[in-house]
Design a protein around this ligand. Structure first.
Ligand code: IPD
Ligand code: CA
Length: 277
């Protein structure tokens, strides 16, 4: 066996432990988020793009734990990234809090999202919502799983009995994104309109939950049919994507003119589909 190929099972077990540790920090941070001078909230791109002290503290802890265990692996985290290009080497791709806007508002749809890429592909993923104790995991060749207080189940949990034949039967997860002007925003608004209106896709409904990672996991479970998003970075999608693939789902470019090949991790626009028989 090539020594450089990661042991996906071991990485998965370690990422679960790191996610649980990070989850405890997120819960502790949620207690102090509204105290004056504590857990400061800062703007990044604009007022819809926030980072808190908890995001930064969780990322430092995650990075420290992973670097101690895997000193030769690369690390890309949302809050410390310096636009490093993705390489073929094993690379942890992490978002300390995916759903920071929810976190700031005290809404519990929040996750820590820890992925591993190898040869530039998502190969291991752990997404954990500490508020609900929902744990999603997946590693190449081992399947994908969901665990909560009722136990552990393999994904997908809910299959549709027929292929996805019509948009009108779909529950679609979407996000407004953080760019609220310009051509990308107008495309988003038009797409939402076209999908929802009776003369258009007339879909069952659209959901905007606020965490790309949890959205992808929801499609992996089968509870969501499709997930469409733009402006997503590798840390938004890496872990959820690995889980989705192991659950039998598919990821393609979110642009209608693009091919149906799997897009690169840095592809920004994504359309995820659930597993269908
Ligand atoms: C955001 C969430 C959101 C998505 C944004 C992401 P963050 O991540 O995943 O659902 O629409 O594009 O940036 O900022 O909470 O880590
Ligand atoms: Ca984040």
């Amino acid at each position: 066996m090539d020594e450089s190929i990661p042991d996906y099972g071991k990485v998965l077990d370690d990422l679960v432990q790191v996610a649980l540790a990070g989850g405890k920090m997120i819960l502790a941070g949620a207690e102090t988020i509204h105290q004056r001078n504590n857990n400061a909230v800062k703007e990044k791109l604009n007022s819809t793009d926030l980072v808190t002290e908890t995001d930064e503290a969780v990322e430092r802890t995650v990075m420290g734990l992973l670097k101690a265990k895997y000193p030769s692996y690369r690390f890309i985290g949302e809050e410390s990234n310096k636009n490093e290009p993705l390489t073929n080497e094993p690379t942890f791709i992490c978002d300390p809090i995916d759903g920071t806007m929810n976190f700031v508002h005290g809404h519990p749809y929040v996750s820590i999202s820890l992925g591993l890429s190898y040869m530039k592909r998502p190969v291991v993923g752990v997404v954990y919502n500490p508020f609900y104790h929902h744990l999603y995991t997946g590693a190449v060749g081992s399947g994908a799983f969901f665990e909560d207080f009722r136990g552990k189940r393999q994904l997908p949990m809910r299959h549709s009995t027929t292929p996805l034949e019509a948009l009108s039967a779909c529950l679609i997860l979407v996000e407004w994104g953080k760019e609220r002007c310009g051509v990308n925003f107008e495309t988003t608004v038009e797409t939402f309109k076209n999908l929802s209106r009776q003369e258009g896709g007339f879909v069952h409904d659209l959901r905007t939950f606020g965490s790309a990672a949890l959205n992808l996991c929801t499609v992996a479970t089968g509870a969501g049919d499709l997930c469409w998003g733009g402006g997503w970075d590798a840390w938004d999608v890496c872990a959820g994507w690995a889980i989705l693939l192991e659950a039998g789902g598919k990821m393609v470019d979110g642009n209608p003119s693009a091919s149906l090949d799997e897009p690169p991790l840095g592809g920004k626009r994504f359309l995820a589909g659930k597993s269908v028989p």
